[in-house]
Design a binder for this molecule. Structure first.
Ligand SMILES: Nc1nc2c(c(=O)[nH]1)N[C@H]1C(S)=C(S)[C@@H](COP(=O)(O)O)O[C@H]1N2
Ligand SMILES: [Mo]
Length: 328
């Protein structure tokens, strides 16, 4: 009898993803500690190539969500056309709703984006707990078409609606000790099916250095394609620093905290060798398990070279004199 021996690794990436879902957190962390063991961490495997949009799927919004009143629009993706609404809303990373790219669109209907309050605390003179409307209303909404580059080496072009992060943060009067800003996502087991399954330590936390947070490109997002943000994309409010990998862009934010020391961030806490605090897109610094030199734009057939700082060179002065191989 002929026995076929597969030259490939016997575990398909898709199975590893499923396994990660069921692994308890301690086991998961222990495996993360096995340097070079090659565990394809669920959100980080290139398991499934992006599905190109169906023929004729244009950028037109197909959502029934309310439209937003948007002022100025800035095309900040090198003139590239935005990815389709279908792709942007059906190929997501949102582990609180599952580890498959298709899970958030299917599962995030249980998230209740209203009413929503955000706590602003830590090193600032005007802390507060504000309803989302009170947080956003004083600012004019604008549209910004940004590239989004995921650490998993796929990317999209997304027309976000939101407000400059600096404008929003300044209202709370960060004091001289405010060297960093930390962002906390909602962690409600009742609204989020995967919170108790514990693939990641929740709440999902991210952070920026204060000068990064105050950079004019840093954006607080409340909408997409001119409409209210869909749940799977981080409703009702999420971060976007377009020169950084997507994992920095915390979704469904309930707390913003100014800190004196570098705050803990979720991916860095579980795998510091793979996910730095900075998370700056850099084609020259590879992820330990794959190259970051190129990427696949969803909806396109061929890979394209990844650009330094995701094509936003104006942020380079933030990192003058820093060794970006060390501070990745
Ligand atoms: N709370 C929370 N925020 C999150 C994530 C997550 O799992 N949970 N995934 C991050 C990652 S890895 C990416 S690439 C982006 C994806 O954003 P999108 O689904 O809107 O494209 O969200 C980021 N924000
Ligand atoms: Mo990501």
């Amino acid at each position: 009898m002929l026995i076929r021996v597969s030259p490939q690794h016997p575990i398909k990436p898709s199975e590893i993803t499923a396994e990660a879902v069921h692994a308890d957190r301690r086991q998961f962390l222990a495996r993360m500690g096995l340097a070079g063991a090659g565990l394809a961490l669920a959100g980080c495997s290139e398991a499934k190539p992006p599905v190109p949009p169906a023929a004729g799927a244009g950028p037109a919004a197909t959502s029934a969500l309310p439209a937003l009143e948007v002022g100025k629009t800035s095309a900040l993706a090198g003139g590239e056309k935005p990815s389709s609404y279908e792709d942007i809303t059906h190929y997501n990373n949102y582990y609180e709703f599952g580890t498959d790219k298709s899970d958030p669109a299917r599962n995030a209907a249980t998230l209740r984006p209203r009413p929503w309050t955000v706590l602003i605390d830590g090193e600032c003179d005007a802390p507060g707990q504000l309803d989302l409307d009170a947080l956003i209303k004083p600012h004019a909404l604008e549209e910004r078409i940004y590239r989004l580059r995921c650490v998993e080496a796929w990317s999209m072009v997304i027309p976000w609606v939101g407000v400059p992060l600096a404008d929003l943060l300044k209202r709370f009067k960060p004091n001289s000790k405010a060297k960093f800003v930390q962002f906390f996502s909602l962690a409600d087991a009742e609204q989020m099916p995967m919170i108790r399954r514990g693939v990641l330590p929740y709440p999902y936390r991210e952070g920026l250095r204060i000068d990064e947070a105050m950079h004019p490109l840093a954006f607080m997002v409340v909408g997409l394609y001119g409409k209210v943000l869909p749940n799977q994309n981080g409703a009702p409010i999420r971060l976007m620093a377009p020169w950084k990998y997507g994992f920095k862009a915390a979704k469904s934010i309930v707390r913003i905290r100014f800190t004196e020391t570098q705050p803990e961030t979720t991916w860095n806490a579980i795998g510091a060798a793979e996910y730095g605090f900075y998370g700056n897109v850099n084609p020259e610094v590879d992820h330990p398990r794959w190259s970051q030199a190129s990427e696949r734009r969803l909806g396109e057939l061929f890979r394209k070279p990844t650009l330094m700082f995701n094509g936003y060179p104006e942020v380079a002065p933030l990192y003058a004199g820093m060794d970006l191989r060390r501070y990745y």
